[in-house]
Design a protein around this ligand. Structure first.
Ligand SMILES: [Fe+2]
Ligand SMILES: [Fe+2]
Length: 239
């Protein structure tokens, strides 16, 4: 039984705005039913992008004349594939980093450190999945200039890992005041946001297609990636 029914029939171009403001309010555990008088793909994909992939939708009835969808928050359903898993992991890493940054700005260094350390572990595992599991299996054509999306990604990983390691050593030595680490936080925050945005735009659509074309649809890779992100597998190649 849905918690809320959103009827977009007959709204024409207003359907998008109405759906955006309603689905933005979707809370964990809630189920919204959406009724449409046209095929939902374009609308839902645009909304999903605007809501930073925070929603999951499935078609329960496919018209014409009526399309009925179930919409939930993405964290309420299991990841459907590796790209879905990595997209969620971006959000998780961002939240951890933002929380640490927020606490640094409030001079709560004791509170910032555990968030930062969890971010470091999460970041290293995330990059391990991308570099070791995905790149060798789903490689895209490389360009000698190094400007192809895969080479750019690998370079940015190095940079973000280096900046993160610098900040980590600051914390290892002990931080007495927010200003000592604030510039590093600002640097990483910008680099991370740009990197994730580029990855989601330039690489994820290719990865999704490549995963779908694997004999098992990428099921085994998804399981291996989950194990790495959960810290259950130290080496992606050790299988
Ligand atoms: Fe990445
Ligand atoms: Fe990523």
């Amino acid at each position: 039984m849905a918690d809320f029914s959103l009827d977009l029939r007959g709204l024409g171009s207003h359907a998008h705005t109405r759906a955006y403001y309603t689905l933005k309010e979707l809370r964990p555990g809630q189920l919204f039913e959406v009724l449409l008088d046209q095929a939902p793909e374009m609308l839902m994909e645009a909304l999903s992008l605007q809501l930073r992939h925070g929603i999951h939708w499935q078609t329960d009835a496919a018209g014409p004349p009526l399309w009925r969808l179930s919409v939930r928050r993405r964290e309420d359903v299991e990841p459907v594939d590796l790209v879905d898993l990595l997209t969620r992991d971006h959000l998780r890493i961002d939240r951890l980093f933002a929380s640490a940054l927020h606490k640094v700005n409030a001079e709560d260094l004791a509170g910032a450190e555990p968030d930062f350390r969890t971010y470091v572990t999460g970041l290293r595992r995330h990059i391990q999945v991308e570099n070791e599991l995905i790149v060798p299996l789903l490689d895209l054509p490389r360009h000698p200039s190094g400007q192809d999306p895969t080479s750019v990604m690998l370079r940015e990983h190095e940079e973000i890992l280096e900046q993160t390691a610098l900040l980590e050593s600051q914390f290892d030595e002990g931080v007495d005041a927010g200003w000592e680490v604030a510039p590093y936080f600002a640097l990483i925050s910008g680099a991370l946001a740009k990197h994730e945005g580029r990855e989601e735009t330039n690489l994820f659509p290719h990865w999704s297609r490549a995963l779908r074309s694997l004999p098992d649809g990428g099921t085994e890779l998804l399981a291996r990636a989950k194990a790495i992100l959960a810290g259950e597998s130290r080496d992606a190649k050790a299988r």
